[in-house]
Write a protein that binds this ligand. Structure first.
Ligand SMILES: [Zn+2]
Length: 183
């Protein structure tokens, strides 16, 4: 722990953000519980204070400080816990999506998978077995195989070759992976 801290102190400015992000990342998971616990203690204090005081005027300070701040702390705490939960969920989704993409790639590169050049009807009909015609949707950042479900039934799809797609700066679709078997 001493070495990273020393390097943090050496070049002061830019690494300050890294330090605080690290502090935040390590505090974040427990912060919600801390807020909820603090809020419950405040509420309990307020309840005990109110129940001891007979005069309404003397109950008010307990209600305001303990009651309001207690409620606010509990609300904030449970919201933080919820955010933390959602963050974990989205991490799980990312991993799941990655796994599906890898599985898809593995299936497509199987030796018995259909040859992409021959599997594209337009390409064989024109007698261009070597050239795979790809599709790109207008305004989209990626290009697809002709049989990709992402472009199925889309009338705005534009036919283009792989080199044309690359020169336009388009990225290969992650679902159909047009360049996996090489073009
Ligand atoms: Zn696609």
């Amino acid at each position: 722990m001493t070495a990273p801290m020393a390097s943090l102190l050496d070049d002061d400015r830019p690494d300050e953000g890294v330090l605080w992000r690290w502090v935040w990342a390590s505090v974040r998971p427990v912060l919600g519980y801390v807020f909820v616990a603090t809020g419950l203690i405040l509420l309990l204090t307020a309840y005990l204070g109110v129940s001891r005081e007979v005069l309404v005027a003397k109950q008010l300070p307990y209600l305001v400080s303990g009651g309001l701040f207690g409620l606010a702390a509990v609300t904030l705490g449970s919201r933080l816990l919820l955010i933390e939960d959602l963050r974990r969920d989205s991490g799980r989704l990312d991993r799941l999506e990655k796994a599906v993409v890898e599985l898809h790639a593995a299936l497509l590169t199987r030796p018995d998978a259909p040859d992409t050049g021959a599997s594209v009807p337009g390409a064989t009909a024109n007698g261009h077995e070597k050239v795979e015609y790809l599709l790109a949707l207008a305004g989209s950042q990626s290009f697809h195989r002709q049989d990709c479900p992402m472009v199925a039934g889309k009338s705005t799809a534009e036919t283009l070759t792989a080199s044309a797609a690359r020169s336009k700066g388009l990225k290969a679709c992650r679902m159909c992976q047009p360049l996996v078997t090489g073009v």
